[in-house]
Every structure is written in C-alpha cells, then in structure tokens.
Design a protein around this ligand. Structure first.
Ligand code: URA
Length: 209
C-alpha cells in the first residue's frame, strides 16, 4: 500500500548526503559498517570502543530504531544487549518477532554517549546519513521507533511521546509508529500495558501494508 493511500506524508525528504559522508548513498552493508566503525564526524567517536552498526535480518520487514548504545553495547558492538535489550527481545517475541529472523535493529547514533547521557540533536543529525542508508538497505515495511529521543529525531518533531504514540507516521517513505523505549519501561513498568497497545497497533498497521 502506498503512503498516500494511508494518508501519510514522508517526513524525511530524500536529502543529498554525499556532502556529509562521501559515497554513503551507494554503500552496501560491508562498506557502510566499515565507514561507521571508523567515523570521526561527531565527538562521540572519541569515547568509542566499538561502534554499534545494528543487528538482525538485513532485509527485514520490521525495523526498530533505538536511541544510542550503552556500555554493554559499546563493549560488544551489538545493539540492545543489556537489560533493556532483554525486554526488547521479550516485546518482539510477544508479537511473533525476533532479531534472529524478521527484525533489524538500529540506533539513531552508532557510538555510545559518555555516561549514557542522551545523544545531542547535533550527534543524531551527524549520524543520520548512516541511518538513512540503513533504512534504504533494509527496505522495511514498517519502522517502530523506541522512545522520545529517537522519535523526535527520526520524525523531526518536538512533540511529546504521549502525542506521538498511537498515530501513523512516516520516516522517509516508510510508515512508522512510536512506542516507549524499553529502558524507560524498566523504570516505569506501569506503562508496559501501553507499550503492549502500541505493539498491537503496529501489528494491525503492518497487516495493512
Ligand atoms: N538502548 C538503545 O537505545 N540502544 C541500544 O542499542 C541499547 C540500549
């Protein structure tokens, strides 16, 4: 189904990213991974142990976008491997998904912010050519954005998570929805029921696509 039929407008215009990362628009997974791992465009690279490119099926129908790697992720190079990652895997399993089969997971920034602070808008913007290329390479049917920080950056919005949840958005030309970040849900388990509503909404939305 086309975005227009769903009443959606793409938020991201296809931008010329070549100026920021030469050649990014033509990169395959291998070159993209190497470029990300040696990137020095924003200050986050200074504290990097391993860049966290992403994980999962590189041609998945579902793309989940988180915020930034934490300490465990920086050490292993894998996204969502800590406690929040366990919860994310459980959330995926609840709707029949798994990073081993039908999901790809990426973050708005690929290097860990110091002290696990939120990534700055300038850092997310510097890293965006990589995320855009990942979206192109995966070619997902639906994007699920995890948490306010990622949602505001990816959707280019300053709206609250409460107002972004439960609505149909678009990221580039791909339909997208927003739910809570698993790390937030660990701190606020009373909102898990709302996250479950979001996942059911995502599943219904996917059936239309
Ligand atoms: N939180 C995120 O947003 N991403 C990760 O990869 C890990 C924790």
């Amino acid at each position: 189904m086309m975005l227009e039929e769903l009443g959606l407008q793409p938020v991201w215009k296809l931008r010329e990213r070549e100026r920021e990362v030469p050649g990014v628009a033509a990169m395959g997974w291998e070159e993209l991974g190497k470029t990300i791992s040696s990137c020095t465009i924003c200050p986050l690279h200074k504290g990097r142990n391993k860049a966290v490119v992403g994980a999962g099926n590189p041609h998945a129908d579902w793309l989940f976008i988180g915020e930034a790697p934490g300490a465990e992720e920086d050490r292993t190079g894998e996204p969502f491997v800590g406690q929040a990652g366990k919860l994310l895997d459980n959330m995926l399993a609840a709707i029949g998904l798994s990073r081993k089969s039908n999901v790809y997971i990426a973050n708005t920034v690929k290097c860990r912010p110091p002290g696990n602070r939120n990534p700055e808008p300038s850092e997310m913007s510097a890293c965006r050519p990589y995320l855009e290329r990942q979206i192109e390479l995966v070619g997902p049917k639906l994007i699920v954005i995890l948490g306010r920080i990622a949602a505001q950056s990816v959707l280019d919005s300053d709206a609250s998570i409460a107002s972004l949840r439960g609505k149909r958005h678009a990221c580039r030309n791909v339909p997208a929805i927003v739910t809570y970040h698993p790390a937030y849900l660990l701190r606020n388990p009373e909102d898990k029921a709302k996250a479950w509503e979001d996942l059911c909404f995502a599943r219904r939305f996917m059936k239309e696509l």
